[in-house]
Design a protein around this ligand. Structure first.
Ligand SMILES: O=P(O)(O)OC[C@H]1O[C@@H](O)[C@H](O)[C@@H](O)[C@@H]1O
Length: 238
């Protein structure tokens, strides 16, 4: 098991936020501010970590808005992608979250996990193909800021998902496109994911190996949703 992977694996498909970079918590913070304001106005209980893990984490931006609001029995009109951040629409809410996220990213910057950088170096040295599959439309910027762009041979992100009308995680489609771009069968690719929706996507796509990365104390949940193995940090696999 070189790199902690079955011998049949020739490619690695990494999620971004929470797997390569420590930006998952920044997304969660921006979502919490966004939803808490909306929930306060309605006198509803505030947004929890469990809400984030179950309904928002890993999914494309507007899917996250729809899923979470539906979980609270709230329906908003769809609106349009160019809606202002104060519009009471699915797109308005998503755009408010993105404005907050951009401000947080500017203020705090982006750091890659050191264990991940070591793993990427080892994977590249071992000749494995490397792709990034993320629901985030901010991926290009985040990868650049983290200094990781040079590792990435194929990227499927929120921009590609919207442009090509792909189903977002937990559907496997974005990972399947990532494997195709790298020229490998799903059975020969490993998926690395910290989100429940992400490990579900890896399992649903018939990938050769699904590594759950536990950044939020949800080891059992990651296993239950389809991870073959769970690590706290990718360096554990070296
Ligand atoms: O709003 P963005 O940057 O397009 O990101 C969409 C989603 O991307 C995922 O990577 C995050 O886990 C989610 O929290 C986020 O909502």
């Amino acid at each position: 098991m070189p790199l902690g992977l079955p011998d049949s694996i020739t490619a690695c498909l990494f999620d971004l936020d929470g797997v390569l970079t420590s930006t998952a918590v920044l997304h969660r913070r921006a979502w919490k501010r966004t939803f808490d304001d909306l929930l306060r106005l309605r006198g509803e209980p505030l947004f929890t970590e469990s809400d984030y893990a179950r309904f928002v984490d890993g999914r494309p931006r507007y899917d996250g808005v729809r899923e979470f609001l539906a979980s609270r029995g709230i329906t908003l009109p769809e609106g349009a992608p160019e809606d202002p951040p104060d519009a009471a629409t699915v797109h308005g809410v998503g755009n408010l979250k993105n404005d907050l996220l951009e401000a947080i990213l500017r203020h705090e910057g982006v750091t890659p996990y050191p264990g991940t950088v070591r793993y990427l170096e080892a994977a590249r040295a071992a000749g494995l193909a490397i792709g990034v599959v993320t629901s985030s439309a901010n991926a290009e910027k985040v990868l650049d800021a983290a200094g990781l762009t040079g590792f990435v041979q194929a990227r499927v992100d929120g921009v590609v998902i919207a442009r090509d009308g792909l189903k977002g995680k937990p559907a496997p489609d974005s990972f399947l496109v990532g494997a195709r771009l790298l020229g490998v069968e799903p059975a020969r690719a490993a998926v690395f994911e910290d989100a429940l929706a992400g490990v579900r996507a890896g399992r649903a796509g018939g990938f050769g190996h699904v590594v759950g990365v536990d950044r939020a104390g949800q080891r059992d949940e990651l296993l239950r949703h389809g991870a073959d193995v769970v690590v706290d940090d990718l360096a554990e696999l070296l």
